[in-house]
Design a protein around this ligand. Structure first.
Ligand SMILES: Cc1ncc(C[n+]2csc(CCOP(=O)(O)OP(=O)(O)O)c2C)c(N)n1
Length: 335
């Protein structure tokens, strides 16, 4: 199997109209705005637990989820807000979930790291690194058994490639030609350690060992991610799966919201370089204005509208009701 290197964004342009482009931009800004608000909720001690910011990685979730139907499934990670928004979730129910409120997607019992949104095919975030790989592969197996053309995307980080489960499920997926895409978000770090110090050899080589076609793509380029994903999703629907994508990206914040002093494992210059020169939203905004799809003023107005939506959703969630105590063992399954 060959590994195709970073795809060219131009490929995507022919397939999409201005409305599609603006929706992708909107979704990326919605993720960034959601995260800015979640961070503030944590810093002001209004949110229980802790959370992991997706800021910087928006083009990955949006590029992929824009290639999916509502009935296609995704599984997510501990850094899962971006996947949830990109698959169609609403701010109000998401903030309610983060704050443990009854109107949250899981009636406040999931929180940041276990949020799920079945209505949009999001089977859930998972605090166990690599933990969703079995769920995703099972979902793809289900679609195949039921004769549905649904595709599943399994999101995970580079650190999760150290989990044995990944090799068990990739083996099954390859043997049974399952309609699944394993999407490895390589943001360069696993907690406080550089990926290069913990992962020997190549990431895509791990999938190729099972005969799975693997690709590497620039995860800061939403059109490149979307174009590649659309092609692989179409091929999955025809029974040509599974596939593996390594998406090269970067998280702007610390591993979690409390990871503030990061200089012992990465430099401020490195962070500044990614923010200033490789930001997926700025990059795409430039494309939109250059191509005459939107003016800078229109994009600013969209940002302001999203910011206002988020503020209203946070205010709503802060005042919303907690679930009744009698619900404590509802929706809990024990084997
Ligand atoms: C099975 C398991 N081992 C360890 C942890 C602790 N842990 C939480 S996040 C993380 C690093 C994950 O790195 P990566 O998969 O690259 O995702 P990223 O945080 O970079 O998005 C670790 C080791 C865990 N949650 N689950």
């Amino acid at each position: 199997m060959s590994t195709s290197k970073t795809k060219n964004a131009v490929q995507a342009s022919a397939k999409h109209n201005a409305e599609d482009f603006l929706r992708m931009y909107r979704q990326m800004v919605r993720i960034r705005t959601f995260e800015d608000n979640a961070n503030q909720l944590y810093l002001s001690a209004k949110m229980p637990g802790l959370t992991h910011m997706y800021s910087g990685e928006e083009a990955v979730a949006v590029g992929i989820c824009e290639a999916l139907k509502v009935t296609d499934k995704i599984t997510s990670t501990h850094r899962g807000h971006g996947h949830c928004v990109a698959k169609g979730a609403e701010f109000k129910e998401m903030f309610c979930e983060l704050l443990g409120k009854e109107e949250g997607y899981c009636r406040g019992k999931g929180g940041s790291m276990h949020i799920a949104d079945q209505s949009n095919g999001n089977l859930g975030a998972n605090a166990i690194v690599g933990g969703s790989m079995g769920i995703a592969t099972g979902a793809a197996f289900t679609a195949k058994l039921l004769g549905k053309d649904d595709v599943t995307v399994c999101f995970f980080g580079d650190g999760a490639t150290a989990q044995g489960l990944m090799y068990e499920v990739m083996n099954m997926a390859a043997l049974w030609s399952l309609p699944i895409i394993y999407a490895c978000e390589n943001n360069g770090y696993s907690e406080y350690t550089k990926t290069a110090e913990i992962a020997a050899g190549s990431i895509t080589g791990r999938a190729e060992a099972f005969g799975i076609e693997a690709h590497t793509v620039d995860g800061q380029d939403v059109l490149a991610v979307n174009s590649l994903t659309e092609q692989l999703v179409e091929r999955c629907r025809k029974g040509e799966g599974p596939f593996f994508i390594e998406l090269m990206t970067y998280r702007y914040h610390g591993h979690h919201v409390g990871d503030i002093n990061r200089e012992y494992y990465r430099s401020k210059d490195e962070e500044k370089d990614w923010r200033d020169n490789k930001d997926p939203i700025t990059k795409f905004a430039r494309h939109l204005t250059r191509e005459g799809i939107a003016t800078e003023e229109e994009l600013k107005a969209m940002q302001a509208e999203i910011k206002a939506d988020a503020t209203a959703a946070v205010e709503y969630a802060l005042k919303a009701k907690y679930p009744d105590a009698v619900e404590v063992d509802m929706h809990v399954y024990a084997a």
